[in-house]
Design a protein around this ligand. Sequence first.
Ligand code: GLU
Length: 303
Amino acid sequence: MKKRVLSAVVAGMMSVMLMACGSTPEVSEAPEAATEASEEPAEVAGAAKEEASYPEDVQAVIDRGVLRVGVKNAVIGFGYEDPLTGEYSGLEIELAKALADKLGVDIEFTAVTAATRTELLDSGDIDCVLATFTITDERKESWDFTTPYYTDYVSVLVEDSTGIKGLGDLVDATVGVSSGSTSAKSLVKAMIEAGVISGDGFDEESFDPATWTDGVKFQQYDDYPTISTALSAGEVDAFCVDKSILAIYKTEGRSYIDAEFAPQEYGIATTKGSGMSAVAEEIVSGGLSDGTIAKLITENGLD
Ligand code: GLU
C-alpha cells in the first residue's frame, strides 16, 4: 500500500517535471529526482528514461553540457576563426551549432588539421569532426561518416613566376601536401589520367606520398600556412589540396593551374559505431532535405 502511494506521488511529481521540461532531452533529469523519493527506483527511472534515451556516448555529452567539435580555422566559408574576435564562421560551424542545439548543449571548437583531426577524435578530446574531411572507403573502415554535405575538388596553386599552368607542367615537380590528406594520391591519379605520367607501379591501396617519385614528388607538411611559406620560398613548386582550402593562400602573383580533379565529398566524422554517428546523420540528412544546407552553402558563398 505504502509503495503504491509513493509510486503515485512519484508519478505525479514526474508528470509535473515532464510538463515543465517539455519534450527536450532535459527530461532525463526527472528519473534522478524520482529515485530519491521512490522505493522502486529502478522501475520508475527506467520507464521515464526511455522517453529521452540516448546512447551512452551522446548522454555523456548532454551531461557534460558541451559538444566538442574539431573544425578548420582558416578555411573561409567552411571553418574560419576571425583573428580579431576569435569568432568562428562557415558552413561547418553552422552545422556543428545545429548539432549542439539538437542536444541542447553548448559548443566548444578545437582547431584541427588534416593530420590531427582523427587523433583527437580517437583520443576522445573531441566528439566529432567537421573539417573539410573527405569521405573515402579507406577512412570509412576507421570512422563513421554522414551523408556528404558538400562536394569540393582538388586543385593546385603555383607562383605565376614558375610558369606552371597545367598538369603536364608538374612533371618532375615537387608538390607540397598536408600529411593525412587525400591530395597526393588525387594528384597522381589525375596526372596518370591526363597521360602526363605513366603510372607504372601506382597502387591505390599502398600509395604513399613519402616514397612516390615516379614523375612527381611530394613534400608533406603538418599545416597549410607552412606549405604556403614553402611555396613562396621555392622549397616546393606547387601546393596541392582542395580548392576550398587553397582559397586563402591565393594571394597576388599566384594562380591555380588549369585543372580541377578528384571530387571531395565532405562528411561529419564520428567514432565508429558511436551513438553520435546517428545524431550527426540526422542533422545532415535533415538539413539536405529541408533546404537548410543549400541555404547555408549560398550564405557562405560556396555555390
Ligand atoms: N579534404 C581533404 C582530405 O580530407 C584535404 C585535407 C584537408 O581536409 O585538410 O584529405
